[in-house]
Ligand binder design. Structure first.
Ligand SMILES: Cc1ncc(COP(=O)(O)O)c(C=O)c1O
Length: 356
């Protein structure tokens, strides 16, 4: 039943804490089609966005002082969430200076307190997708050690160059009840429904039950209307995801082309997502200051790499128009090139250089 139909029939009450059965059914089908994994309704919990799922999992799993490995660059919320449940975030940064962690990097972060590792690939903020060999090795290692692999798969279909994201489930030798793999997903990124706040987690029954108890005491359930809308997205025409992916791939190409003509800036090619994370250390090691300068003087919004555990970098989004991508990079170039004119029009904006 659609959201509007629910309003018309007065179906406006609380839902089961873990989600309405018809949405869970759509999620089960999605899991089968995209992950080749058959799961039961008891393995699914719907939450207020993937974000709430990640937090609920951590709240349910982590005891004080338990360690959670986070691969840098990482989504800003992970370390904070781990601290909020009194865990210890252990940030692992690839030693070779790339955005691709190796198993040898991960091993350096492992201790007897390691309870979980959070994997986000394709990755926010770098856009890179970890190779299948790494995912395979990681899953095998973690399952042997009893460490949870929390796979935040929110961008898993926004992958470019004809590739597909390697799924953790492909490499687990265990069934859903004994695997330590937990997959988190949602409608925010694939369907552009960020404001609908619907995400979910697929895990063993025991963990889902604990998460339901946690969620039940905090939000009771997510909105019925928005669950119905998410169900509509999952069961409707899926071609919208393909067109979003194609647009983003084209935008990524334009962003890379513009950044390649930028002296000193090094960019790792994003394999997917909405973002890239160029290295601006040739201009500044202080990404917060650099980001502030670009915001105030060039009127371009960037996110400092420091927030993602990658100082000296800036996260740029190409989830916008080609015109804005080209103008945005042109403004950054103007602001950082000491030889650029003091006054310039880029697009319809007059920019004035009044700093050293
Ligand atoms: C890696 C990652 N996970 C989770 C989220 C949040 O997803 P949701 O809107 O479903 O809470 C985001 C949003 O930026 C994200 O980048």
């Amino acid at each position: 039943m659609s959201s509007a139909a629910k309003l018309n029939t007065g179906d406006i009450k609380y839902t089961p804490t873990d989600g309405i059965p018809s949405l869970k059914k759509a999620i089960i089908k999605y899991t089968e089609e995209n992950y080749d994994k058959v799961v039961a309704p008891e393995n699914v919990i719907v939450s207020g966005g993937a974000k709430q799922s990640v937090y609920n999992i951590l709240y349910s799993l982590i005891n004080p002082q338990d360690e959670v490995i986070i691969l840098a660059p990482y989504w800003v919320s992970y370390p904070e969430m781990v601290r909020m449940v009194y865990g210890v975030p252990v940030v692992v940064t690839p030693e070779d200076g790339s955005f691709y962690p190796k198993m040898s990097d991960v091993l350096k972060g492992i201790s007897s307190y390691t309870k979980a590792i959070i994997v986000n690939s394709p990755n926010n903020p770098s856009g890179v997708m970890y190779p299948p060999e790494f995912i395979a090795e990681l899953v095998e290692f973690c399952e042997k050690k009893g460490i949870y692999v929390l796979m935040d798969d929110i961008y898993h279909k926004l992958v470019f160059d004809g590739r597909t994201a390697p799924s953790c489930y492909r490499y687990t030798k265990k069934d859903i009840e004994s695997t330590h793999v937990v997959v988190i997903n949602g409608v925010s990124k694939l369907y552009g429904m960020t404001g609908f706040r619907i995400g979910w987690a697929i895990a063993n029954r025991q963990l889902v039950e604990i998460m339901s108890n946690v969620q039940g005491q905090i939000t009771s359930c997510t909105s019925l209307i928005l669950q119905a809308a998410a169900e509509g997205a999952l069961t409707g025409l899926q071609s919208a995801i393909d067109s979003l992916r194609m647009t983003l791939e084209n935008n990524r190409n334009v962003m890379l082309q513009e950044l390649h003509s930028f002296t000193g800036v090094k960019t790792t090619k994003p394999d997917g997502t909405y973002y890239c994370l160029p290295d601006f250390r040739a201009y500044s090691n202080d990404s917060v200051k650099l980001s502030e300068l670009l915001l105030k003087k060039a009127l371009v919004v960037t996110v400092p790499g420091k927030e993602f555990g990658m100082e000296g970098h800036l996260r740029l989004s190409y989830a916008t128009s080609i015109k804005d991508i080209m103008e945005g990079v042109a403004r950054i170039k103007w602001a950082l090139d000491p030889n650029s004119p003091n006054e310039i029009y880029i697009g319809d904006r007059k920019l004035v250089r009044d700093w050293q």
